[in-house]
Design a protein around this ligand. Structure first.
Ligand code: PEP
Length: 257
């Protein structure tokens, strides 16, 4: 199956309202010149979602960096899936490593976040990835599969069509170190075959699996050439319109008739 690529820019806790809107409009303008099948998404800090949504003018997908596991109520500081949708978001990250490892979020909470988001009509970009310690101990595959299964607990076969994955080895995020194309391809194939075993072949073939971890214009083409790499989740290089759009160009696939 031919999958449309997805390139996501995770802006983390960077920028201000003016620079976020300017970046969104620069990316949107440049994205219009890309030929080929690729979706571009940006994940601004929550307070800037609406201004970024307006600046993107419908040319970019806009997503939350995180979502509450609760539908509404007395949860100070949290942002619900319905609120994200209300601000124009079409998707949300779930389980980024800075939340898993920095804030201790684990399987049951992440699955609840995924289900909340899907229930509110958002797509989910579920992030998984092992630490350097896991990799060196030879347990990268087991850790990543546990995160995958944990984060999708209770997600139906119907809803799985609105889930994309991002494989982001923690040792490659923000470090300048990237998994080689072969390492990325191997893990992506493991993830896809687990989706096939737990859901079905169609769901597995349709699922986009992004790579994340120090992706730059200089390494994007080699990673995107891998059969099971369907795009990238980009941190640092997404803060400059030029580099982000160059990565998107490398990921664009031939348009299907
Ligand atoms: C990320 O935060 O998801 C990420 C991949 O960051 P960077 O590209 O900076 O490594």
């Amino acid at each position: 199956m031919d999958r449309r690529s997805l390139i996501g820019g995770n802006w983390k806790m960077h920028l201000d309202a003016e620079s976020a809107a300017a970046l969104a409009s620069d990316v949107a303008a440049a994205a219009a010149g890309i030929t080929g099948a690729v979706d571009l998404a940006v994940f601004p800090p929550h307070p800037y979602l609406q201004c970024v949504f307006k600046a993107a003018g419908g040319h970019l997908l806009v997503g939350g960096q995180d979502v509450s596991d609760q539908p509404e109520g007395a949860f100070t500081g949290q942002v619900s899936a319905a609120m994200l949708a209300d601000c124009g978001c079409q998707l949300t990250l779930v389980g980024h490593s800075e939340r898993r490892h920095g804030l201790g979020e684990t399987g049951p909470v992440l699955a609840q976040k995924s289900r909340q988001a899907l229930r509110c009509g958002l797509r989910v970009l579920l992030c998984v990835g092992e630490t350097l310690e896991d990799r060196e101990a030879g347990r990268a595959r087991d850790v990543v599969l546990e995160q995958l299964r944990g984060g999708l607990e209770g997600v139906s076969t119907e809803a799985i069509s609105r889930v994309d994955l991002a494989y982001e080895p923690v040792w490659a995020i923000g470090t300048g170190r990237t998994a080689g194309p072969q390492e990325a391809q191997e893990m992506h194939a493991v993830l896809r075959s687990d989706i096939e075993a737990r859901y079905d072949a169609r769901s597995a073939a349709r699922m986009r699996i992004l790579y994340g971890g120090s992706v730059k214009p200089s390494n994007a083409a080699d990673l995107m050439a891998c059969e099971d790499v369907d795009g990238a989740l980009v941190g640092g290089a997404s803060l400059q319109a030029d580099s982000f759009v160059e990565i998107a160009r490398a990921a664009a696939r031939p348009e299907q008739p």
